[in-house]
Design a protein around this ligand. Structure first.
Ligand SMILES: [Zn+2]
Length: 98
């Protein structure tokens, strides 16, 4: 019996979807979406080889300070020091020679 496999397969036909315009409530997602955190990034200067960046957690308001090896590594999802998931985006860049 391999009914479990058939159940997991995504249904190809989505035309028969029940759409009730009356209920606008989409299934409440238990997953907390990481909040966007605009970061100020400080480029490597002198002996400093890392990119330092600071941002504020929008969930609890705590300021975070972190470093990354590359500018690309600054952006992305990460767990802030306060324990919240944040989506870091570069808002400002300082001291980088581009
Ligand atoms: Zn937080």
């Amino acid at each position: 019996m391999s009914t479990d496999k058939a159940k997991r397969r995504p249904q190809p036909g989505s035309g028969a979807r029940i759409a009730t315009s009356a209920s606008t409530t989409i299934q409440s997602a238990p997953r907390t979406r990481p909040s966007l955190a605009p970061a100020s990034v400080f480029g490597p200067t002198g002996r400093r080889r890392f990119w330092w960046y600071t941002y504020r957690c929008r969930t609890c308001g705590a300021y975070q300070f972190a470093s990354a090896k590359t500018l690309d590594a600054v952006t992305g999802l990460r767990r802030a020091g306060c324990g919240h998931e944040v989506s870091v985006m570069i808002a400002r860049t300082y001291g980088a020679a581009a």
